[in-house]
Design a protein around this ligand. Sequence first.
Ligand code: ZN
Length: 194
Amino acid sequence: MRIICLCGEEFSLNTDFLYYRGHLIADQDYELVLEAIDTLLAEAYRIGQLDIDPKQRQAQFDYLYQQVPDTIQKRFIYQCPHCGRLHINDANYKSHIYKPENDQQSSDILRSIHRNDWKGKLKGNWARLHDAVWYGYLAWDTKQSRGWKIFDTWEELKSEYHRLLEDLKDKDMLATAQLQKDKDVIHTYQRDEG
Ligand SMILES: [Zn+2]
């Protein structure tokens, strides 16, 4: 999937962690998101599952996702990296385009608050597409490289995940990494902030 801006620039929407994409939550919807987090935490405390077990964390994350309507989660705002136009989705996913007043205005206002210190992420997933058909992908986005790769076998995916992980760790470009196989979390990495 890609957006073609009015200036002619084409930008891809295929990976996560895009520096030109933001998530828009209307002020009138914000409380609903906080309530979903609050409900999730209350439930996790109640059943004593507020721990660091990756499987539980994934289940909690999925649960949180279900609590917040798609119309809130998938409301995006994009900024064209070339001309700075903002492409903003309304509640019906229709895009509205706004142009900066002049050339001096920033074309990367949607970047992370960590700006140049932002550390990237790596994700690998092996999942069932349908029936007996499986596929895997790796997606990574760091300051220096970003990409997306499809795999036909689990072994290839796993070995490329670990190769890329070590490479990005060596360059200190990675904040987190996660490898999943059929919804099970097989491996995680979290950068030591100390
Ligand atoms: Zn543009």
